[in-house]
Design a protein around this ligand. Structure first.
Ligand SMILES: Cc1cc2nc3c(=O)[nH]c(=O)nc-3n(C[C@H](O)[C@H](O)[C@H](O)COP(=O)(O)O)c2cc1C
Length: 199
């Protein structure tokens, strides 16, 4: 089977997100104009490189997270994990500006060092970011889409001590949540290693 914009009836739901999967979830903390924290998950999310560490997420429309990240010049990433999946889901609700999803989801606001925006203290790891750009995306014809790519540079990394084992971050113990298609999620709770040819 193959198709373009003419997705066949046998696929009633777009499988795009089930194919490009699993995706990490950027659990994004921001502050609104009054300094009230906002928290929401974004799975159109990616690490964008090292030195400096950069991350990015895409919002379908100018939602609170991109608007706040642009206006305040900063945001946080918290690692969404299986034990925190319910709280992550609560934070995805269409809450009004100023609702403080940290409180609504029963989460503790972790204290940032370099910026003002809190992160999820219960999360095994979190990143403080300074906003580098908020760009509207265009389609292949150059037409502006109502979609915004937020890029941030990581300025401080938080790791809860119990997740550091033999000098490494213990990803399997953290059990990060990944987003697939439809309403599906996956958990990373086992790892395997593959040495490179030139190791
Ligand atoms: C796991 C998950 C991933 C999501 N990923 C995105 C995404 O990548 N882009 C987006 O615009 N909305 C995404 N959403 C929906 C937003 O979280 C939702 O619209 C939220 O209310 C936005 O909050 P905000 O306006 O406070 O930023 C996702 C929801 C869930 C549950």
């Amino acid at each position: 089977m193959h198709y373009g914009s003419d997705r066949p009836a046998i696929l009633p739901h777009d499988p795009f997100k089930a194919i490009v999967a699993p995706r990490p979830i950027g659990w994004i903390g921001t502050l609104n104009a009054e300094g009230i924290p906002n928290l929401a998950p974004y799975s159109f999310f990616m690490p964008l490189g090292n030195n400096p560490h950069m991350i990015g997420f895409t919002s379908e429309g100018m939602k609170h997270s991109p608007a706040n990240a642009q206006a305040q010049g900063e945001f946080t990433f918290s690692l969404a994990t299986e034990p925190l999946s319910h709280a992550m889901n609560v934070s995805s609700g269409a809450h009004p500006d100023g609702a403080n999803e940290f409180a609504l989801a029963g989460l503790t606001e972790g204290t940032p060092v370099e910026i003002r925006t809190p992160f999820v203290a219960e999360s095994p790891a979190a990143l403080e970011c300074v906003t580098v750009s908020v760009e509207p995306l265009k389609d292949r014809h150059g037409r502006a889409l109502n979609r915004f790519l937020v890029i941030g540079e990581v300025v401080r990394t938080h790791i809860r001590d119990e997740y550091i084992r033999e000098g490494r971050f213990d990803t399997a113990a953290a059990a990060p949540l990944a987003r697939l298609g439809y309403r599906d999620y996956a958990t990373t709770d086992s790892l395997w290693e593959l040495a490179r040819p030139d190791d």
